[in-house]
Design a protein around this ligand. Structure first.
Ligand code: GDP
Ligand code: MG
Length: 439
């Protein structure tokens, strides 16, 4: 999605004036991009109409160029489409609060059950009980028990012979006795939505009266995920969605359509297999990310968790003030390495989505080592002022790092692109601040 949009955005970004023709062209590209991203066509139609209406009729704001305004409109409408920010988990009046995890087989229910329990304990100081109510899949109970052990959280199970409805009821009893404030029930899935599954889930729902029913869907299944959400919602009246495997989803179509189609919020996203890779869903950030503008906020947030706060603040300041140099880049890379899988972090950096596309290679840890080597072969001065780097310096750097001159060129280009993107973002933020808007 990002690639197509970006080239269009690039075209109009620099312009002082945007004509009606530009808006038309832009919205056509946006429409194709959204359809390509597997967004529901009704959703696309609505969105495009809104964008057109707003973009054409818009008064010119002094702080933004018309090109920026169109981008802003698209971003705002995408954000709107994905709903407000909602990562709160309901609390029942009388404990325990019961959360039911539902979804198709392989969507990530069991994994997310563990992640959610971990989140409740770590971020909210809760004491959850996990319940293994998937008695059909042979290894499902073991899987949850292993997760429980790993997280030092108790898991309730009655083996594979028991009825899931009984398991759920017994689990609540036990939770009351042992003063667990949350009960998370991992239910069975099927390959497809079927009546038997729905009957069982409905029965559990009736008995345990969950405060939340979270539908877990696999983002990589795109439009299918939207259909699944629609049918689960019509039968169970779900309270929210957890979108998993967003780390592998490059298109973002599911995120864009689910809210619009079901009216139910995406509450969390799964960003990897590890138990700490659950994040609150931020529509605004997702919109920026889809637009390929990078997700500086998420990056900074992540940095704050892993790096000490002052460093993160300095980095943020530098990004905003444009005094970002290759030294910072290097420093940042070493932080990035601490933070885990590289791809999701790079996606968050402004322009990085484009970087990946340009290179046409998977960015992996090896690339990181090469980049590091190249930067380390620059002199101090060159790192601060990359414009100094002429042909002979490039040759020297290439030799020093054992990489080719074209690789050096590529890195320089990427760095410039990144700075440009940052500038763009900073300007947009300034514009918002000026008008007293919250960023
Ligand atoms: P269930 O059948 O719905 O219980 O699904 P599981 O929890 O067993 O997950 C199925 C597979 O998806 C497992 O291999 C998980 O590790 C993987 N998985 C779950 N969530 C994520 C995620 O957010 N990102 C990635 N990359 N993998 C995930
Ligand atoms: Mg499971």
């Amino acid at each position: 999605l990002a690639d197509r949009l970006q080239s269009t955005i690039q075209k109009i970004r620099g312009r002082g004036k945007v004509t009606e023709q530009d808006v038309k062209e832009m919205t056509r590209e946006v429409r194709l991009a959204l359809l390509e991203a597997d967004v529901n066509f009704k959703v696309v139609k609505q969105l495009i109409n809104k964008i057109k209406e707003r973009a054409i009729g818009q008064e010119v704001m002094e702080s933004l160029t018309p090109g920026q305004q169109v981008i802003k409109v698209v971003q705002e409408e995408l954000t709107q489409l994905m709903g407000g920010e909602q990562s709160k988990i309901a609390t029942a009046e009388r404990p325990p609060t019961v959360i039911m995890m539902v979804g198709l087989q392989g969507a990530g229910k069991t994994t997310t059950t563990g992640k959610l329990a971990n989140h409740l304990r770590k971020k909210h100081n809760r004491n959850p009980l996990l319940v293994a109510a998937d008695v059909y899949r042979p290894a499902a109970i073991d899987q949850l028990e292993t997760l429980g052990k790993q997280l030092s959280l108790p898991v309730f199970s009655m083996g594979t012979e028991a009825n899931p409805v009984d398991i759920a009821n017994e689990a609540i009893k036990k939770a009351k006795e042992e003063h667990h404030d949350y009960v998370i029930i991992d239910t069975a899935g099927r390959l497809h939505v079927d009546e038997k599954l729905m009957d069982e889930l409905t029965q559990i729902k009736t008995d345990v009266k969950p405060a939340e029913i979270f539908l877990v869907v696999d983002a990589m299944t795109g439009q299918d995920a939207v259909n699944v959400a629609e049918s689960f919602d019509s039968q169970l009246d779900i309270s929210g969605v957890v979108l998993t495997k967003l780390d592998g989803d490059t298109r973002g179509g599911a995120a864009l359509s689910i809210r619009a189609v079901t009216g139910k919020p995406i509450k969390f996203v799964g960003m990897g297999e590890r138990t700490d890779q659950l994040e609150a869903f931020h529509p605004e950030r997702m919109a920026s990310r889809i637009l390929g503008m990078g997700d500086v906020l998420s990056l900074i947030e992540k940095a704050q968790e892993n790096v000490d706060e002052k460093q993160a603040r300095d980095l943020e300041e530098k990004m905003r003030s444009m005094s970002f140099t290759f030294d910072d880049f290097l420093e940042q890379m070493s932080q990035v390495k601490k933070m885990g899988p590289l791809d999701d972090l790079l996606d968050m950096l402004p322009g990085a989505g484009k970087m990946k596309g340009m290179k046409n290679v998977q960015l992996d840890e090896k690339q990181l080592v090469y980049v590091e080597a190249i930067i380390q072969s620059m002199t101090r001065k060159e790192r601060q002022e990359p414009s100094l780097i002429n042909a002979s310096r490039k040759k020297r750097i290439a030799k020093g790092s054992g990489r080719s001159v074209s690789e050096v060129n590529r890195l320089l280009k990427q760095f410039e692109d990144m700075k440009k993107m940052m500038k763009q973002m900073t300007n947009m933020q300034k514009g918002k601040k000026k008008r007293g808007m919250k960023f």
